[in-house]
Design a protein around this ligand. Structure first.
Ligand code: MG
Length: 261
């Protein structure tokens, strides 16, 4: 029944890859989707740029182009550019944030001169970085969070996500003014604009009810939940945000709903 959609938005972790490896059949299922319409890969992970995220996918065994990938680092840079033009910024995060901010014409300045503080997951978070961020905020910088994911899955288990950085800033009295990552409508609007389709023409495929499904549904998109990530069938029972489709994994979704229909 997926034939009614003109385009597809896919989450990456738990849908295409898990623990640095492609999920079984994910590569072939993605190729099948690409034959039916344009596909964009929308991830809250801000540690890498579009090119860096595409490389991560390649290394996992999923060929993807940089133009197909929308990490929240890119969504943040794109959103700021569209709303405010080029801005002067400071950041806490990994290489994805400055790479995408520079690519879209924003200017990295010192914390005291920043109009915006852009934050995301940072595996080298330090007291010094929090102090710099506080200086920026006290001088009036506006706070944009790439996402607020509390944790991040690795092969060794969960590690602190962007929510840990946002939480530290919130603890200093500065909640984010804007969050661009899923479930924020900003992430989905940037993706829909790039696809050039209306929400009802696009299917969002993800593994999380609170971000992928809730965010897409709020904009009027249909959703497919795959159970190859963090959500189990039991989680679905009491869920208020029910997806349009449920499948064991991406390969199963495409096989059951597409090739059959
Ligand atoms: Mg996921």
């Amino acid at each position: 029944m997926l034939g009614r959609y003109k385009g597809f938005l896919l989450d990456i972790d738990g849908v295409l890859v898990r623990g640095g490896k492609a999920l079984p059949g994910a590569k072939e299922a993605l190729e099948e989707l690409r034959k039916r319409g344009p596909v964009l890969l929308l991830t809250n992970n801000s540690t890498k740029s579009r090119a860096g995220t595409a490389k991560r996918l390649m290394e996992a065994g999923i060929p993807a182009k940089a133009e197909e990938v929308l990490p929240s680092s890119f969504v943040a840079a794109k959103f700021l550019r569209g709303e405010f033009g080029p801005v002067r910024y400071w950041f806490i995060g990994e290489s994805g944030i400055p790479e995408e901010m520079e690519a879209l014409g924003h200017i990295l300045v010192g914390p005291e001169e920043a109009e915006w503080l852009v934050v995301g997951m940072d595996r080298n978070l330090s007291y010094e970085k929090l102090s710099q961020a506080l200086r920026a905020l006290l001088r009036g910088a506006r706070l944009l969070a790439t996402n607020e994911d509390p944790t991040f899955p690795t092969p060794e288990g969960l590690v602190p996500g962007a929510g840990a950085v946002v939480g530290a800033l919130r603890g200093m009295g500065f909640p984010p003014e804007i969050v661009v990552g899923k479930p924020s409508p900003i992430a989905f609007r940037v993706a829909l604009n790039l696809l050039g389709f209306h929400p009802e023409e696009v299917l969002m495929i993800g593994d999380r009810l609170d971000t992928d499904v809730a965010g897409a549904k709020a904009l009027g998109m249909d959703t497919a939940l795959v159970l190859s990530g963090v959500t189990s069938r039991e989680d679905l029972l009491g869920a208020k945000n029910k997806p349009t489709f449920v499948a064991e994994d991406l390969a199963g979704l495409v096989r059951e709903e597409f090739l059959a229909g």
